[in-house]
Ligand binder design. Structure first.
Ligand code: 5GP
Length: 214
């Protein structure tokens, strides 16, 4: 934490990045995390199996359907949804702790999750949707990733259009044509959002002292 932020405590924010699979969201998320010490990734729980290279506790918490249902019943999720054939959910506790500590939390969740978080966390939320430059590009990115079968890729492509139809529910919408441009736009958005009055917990006491100390 820098000196300035130590003296000027602020509430963290929840940054939702949504996009159809293959629009570059994971790359952008990784870049943001690398350049922001004060930002963490929310690790979701899911009932789907781990893909090659995915690590328990880093990419997801891989749980059984029974465990997932148990977590729902114990109200351990901030939001949860069925995406494709599996369940996905955001554990509540780590997010609340991070926000109270002035840390930002970034979420890789779909539009259903973004809608639920809007209900649960309105003011803390910044919602950003990432569009591919065109659908051909999206398909080729999905194929290059080559971790999913042809059938799964076809299903994801079919789903992309309905995901994109939710673009207007987001605060910001980026087209990820060139990665450098998209990351620059993200940096600008986050810099402005950081400065929102309601996140600056130090402002109230500061203004009080400003007036009373005249
Ligand atoms: P994948 O299986 O490719 O990792 O993710 C499939 C979809 O599920 C993506 O659109 C991703 O954003 C979404 N997703 C991942 N975690 C969550 C979560 O905790 N909640 C919701 N609502 N969606 C999620």
């Amino acid at each position: 934490m820098s000196n300035k932020s130590a003296k000027r405590p602020r509430r963290g924010m929840m940054i939702v990045l949504s996009s159809p699979s293959g629009a570059g969201k994971s790359t952008l998320t990784r870049m943001l995390l690398k350049e922001n010490d004060n930002m963490m990734m929310s690790v979701s729980a899911t009932t789907r199996h781990a893909r090659n290279g995915e690590t328990e506790g880093i990419d997801y918490y891989f749980v059984s359907k029974d465990e997932f249902v148990d977590m729902i019943e114990k109200q351990e999720f901030l939001e949860h949804a069925k995406v494709f054939d599996h369940y996905y959910g955001t554990p509540r506790r780590p997010v609340e702790n991070a926000l109270n500590d002035g840390k930002d939390v970034i979420f890789d969740i779909d539009w259903q999750g973004a809608q639920q978080l809007t209900q649960a966390a309105g003011d803390d939320l910044v919602k950003i949707f990432i569009l591919p430059p065109n659908m051909r590009e999206l398909e080729s990115r999905l194929k290059t990733r080559a971790q999913d079968s042809e059938a799964v890729i076809a299903k994801r492509m079919a789903k992309s259009e309905s995901e994109i139809s939710h673009w207007a529910e987001y605060d910001y919408v980026l087209v990820n044509d060139k990665l450098e441009d998209a990351i620059e736009e993200l940096r600008t958005i986050l810099a402005a959002e950081h400065n929102r009055r309601r996140r600056q917990l130090w402002l109230g006491p500061f203004v009080k002292q400003l007036i009373e100390g005249r």
